[in-house]
Design a protein around this ligand. Structure first.
Ligand SMILES: [Zn+2]
Length: 178
């Protein structure tokens, strides 16, 4: 009788442990799922998922060339950047915050010395602003997530958009297509 009670108790304990394990597994799976969707949502909504850092932080994290362009509105010398001539398929991200900026499909050789694109990967991933510096009327292109300066957009591009997004190589990092 006592033996049976002990066996019953062990069975009960095992059942309780298995219930707990199953519950923990379900909670873990659910939280993983929520995290994946949250991550996807934030990545596709850079307006919400803003990146703000102090000038000192940017200076520490970026290469001197990328800092000069992204945070000081500089321009790399023509034909000097690593992506001017590249035709490798992939996704060009912001070198400051990883925002998805341009697809290689929209890249073309404009012969101007900087990587040129007919359109951004998503219009909401860039911000356009009037830039009247140096006595020129230009439209500046910024990353909508970190506010980093990327380059300018002109109306002399090919195809249906007629746009040329003239972007500094050092403001980008290419995520090659796998
Ligand atoms: Zn950015």
């Amino acid at each position: 009788m006592a033996n049976r009670t002990v066996r019953f108790a062990i069975c009960n304990k095992r059942f309780a442990i298995s219930c707990l394990t199953r519950r923990a597994h379900a909670i873990l799976t659910l939280s993983r799922l929520i995290w994946t969707y949250l991550d996807l949502f934030l990545t596709s909504h850079p307006m919400i998922n803003k990146v703000t850092k102090t000038d000192e932080q940017w200076r520490k994290e970026l290469s001197p060339e990328a800092y000069e362009v992204l945070r000081r509105q500089g321009t790399e010398p023509a034909f000097s950047g690593p992506y001017d001539q590249t035709t490798e398929p992939g996704l060009y991200r912001c070198a400051g915050c990883g925002n998805e900026l341009f697809l290689s499909d929209s890249k073309y050789d404009a012969g101007c010395g900087w990587p040129s694109f007919v359109a951004p990967a998503d219009q909401s991933h860039v911000e356009l602003e009037a830039d009247n510096r140096y006595g020129m009327e230009r439209v500046e292109v910024r990353c909508s997530r970190c506010g980093g300066h990327l380059g300018h957009v002109f109306d002399d591009g090919p195809g249906p958009t007629g746009k040329r997004y003239c972007i500094n190589s050092v403001a980008l990092t290419l995520d090659p297509k796998k």
